[in-house]
Design a protein around this ligand. Structure first.
Ligand code: B12
Length: 350
């Protein structure tokens, strides 16, 4: 009964996340805001402007030939979701300026060549995102490129560490479904059908007793693929609502991958390119809640096993409520450099 109310609250939470002064603009968040039924057009436009500025600043690393297929694809999807003219954006790496979509297309060719020597430059998740972005952007994906993904699906070559690659399968299915709907020619129609059937079965088999498909972070993406008539009352949808009520999607990235499914929307809707939106979402002032921090110290004991097999033990105290990253940083400051982090849309990556 509280479905619509819950969606409105989550939509506002996502919108609030773009107001965070230190948070860089996030194309996945933009995409989710645009796919939603409720809009605050002024805030969405501001975010779009910030995204374009950031894209401009990132151009150098993009042009420097780094493999950033996934990020580039998310930008394309985000711009498309705002009906931005994609042909108006160009990249220049010293030669003649190149359209964003042509650059992405070339990037996918490089990924494809790398697959010939075992795997993509980045991952099959990013490869699929790239194909999806070209497809919704109205650019034909070459049959050689799609064949590599279809082959990887049909031969079980997609992996995510030791866990099941459910998110990657979902992204692959969205890309392949887009090609199918767009009537893009592929090397073998039967293999395309087979890969879609294979993935859908794997995604259905990933359902857990608690209703999640894979885990709480992949369920939203999977629902974009296997959605159907009775979706709103399905067990996976109820699992998402229950996670959302418990505040499990406090990360904007997690929320951005969940909100579209809760509204029965998919990235494939971007192919339609409808940008007539009602301006209806108003953020109320958040009540100021004063949290009294509990700074009581917590004892921590860390054992570091070195490559040569020797072990060093450290004992120190951290304030209550510290995150693992804060603990590791503290150790790093005082003792040594034994870990590094990398920024990503999900936050700092160890
Ligand atoms: C590919 C991938 C990986 C790759 C990343 C390296 C690579 N070669 O690309 C590998 C296999 C190493 C990986 C590892 C892990 N991953 Co992972 N990963 C993904 C996946 C499928 C795609 C990410 C991506 O490419 N996005 C597209 C690009 C454009 O966005 P991006 O932000 O620039 O991508 C980077 C980050 O996503 C980062 N990353 C990947 N995993 C994680 C996890 C966390 C917690 C963080 C902060 C960052 C991060 O790596 C990407 C490449 O640089 C997502 C699925 C999803 N739904 O998003 C899961 C996902 C992000 N991973 C997840 C998890 C849980 C992990 C692990 C903790 C698993 C584990 N128990 O070991 C580890 C993290 C280990 C660490 N060092 O901190 C969860 C995060 C949920 C959460 N908030 O807790 C997701 C959502 C999968 C899921 N459904 O559970 N992952």
């Amino acid at each position: 009964p509280d479905h619509d109310e819950l969606i409105l609250r989550l939509n506002k939470d996502l919108l609030r996340s773009v107001e965070e002064p230190e948070a860089p603009p996030n194309p996945s968040v933009h995409l989710a805001l645009r796919l939603s039924a409720h809009h605050n057009l002024a805030m969405e436009n501001q975010h779009l402007t910030r995204l374009k500025t950031q894209l401009h600043q990132n151009l150098q690393s993009l042009a420097a030939g780094q493999a950033v297929t996934g990020q580039l694809a998310l930008y394309v999807l985000a711009l498309r979701s705002s009906c931005h003219d994609l042909t108006s954006l160009t990249l220049s790496d010293g030669d003649a300026p190149e359209h964003l979509l042509s650059h992405l297309k070339r990037q996918l060719e490089r990924e494809k060549e790398h697959i010939a020597s075992r795997r993509p430059l980045t991952t099959y998740y990013q490869y699929s995102l790239g194909m999806l972005a070209l497809c919704v952007g109205g650019v034909r994906v070459s049959a050689h490129v799609s064949h590599k993904l279809i082959h990887a699906v049909n031969h079980g070559l997609i992996k995510h560490g030791d866990s099941a690659p459910i998110d990657s399968y979902a992204m692959a299915a969205l890309a392949l479904q887009c090609l199918k709907e767009a009537g893009t020619s592929v090397r073998n129609e039967e293999d395309l059908e087979k890969s879609l059937t294979n993935i859908k079965q794997k995604l259905l088999d990933s359902q857990r007793a608690d209703g999640h498909l894979g885990n709480q972070f992949s369920t939203g993406l999977v629902l974009q693929v296997i959605g159907g008539g009775e979706l709103r009352c399905s067990a996976p949808m109820e699992a998402l609502r229950s996670d959302a009520r418990r505040g499990r999607y406090h990360s904007p990235m997690a929320l951005s991958q969940t909100l579209p499914a809760l509204q029965q929307r998919t990235y494939l809707h971007l192919r339609g390119g409808d940008c007539r939106n009602e301006d209806s979402l108003v953020l109320d002032d958040e009540p100021v809640v004063e949290v009294l921090a509990d700074l009581s110290p917590v004892p921590v004991q860390v054992e570091v096993l070195k490559a040569d097999g020797s072990a060093v033990e450290y004992r120190f105290e951290v304030p209550s409520g510290s995150t693992l990253l804060e603990v590791l940083k503290l150790l790093q400051d005082h003792q040594m450099g034994f870990f590094e982090t990398e920024n990503s849309l999900w936050g700092k990556f160890l």
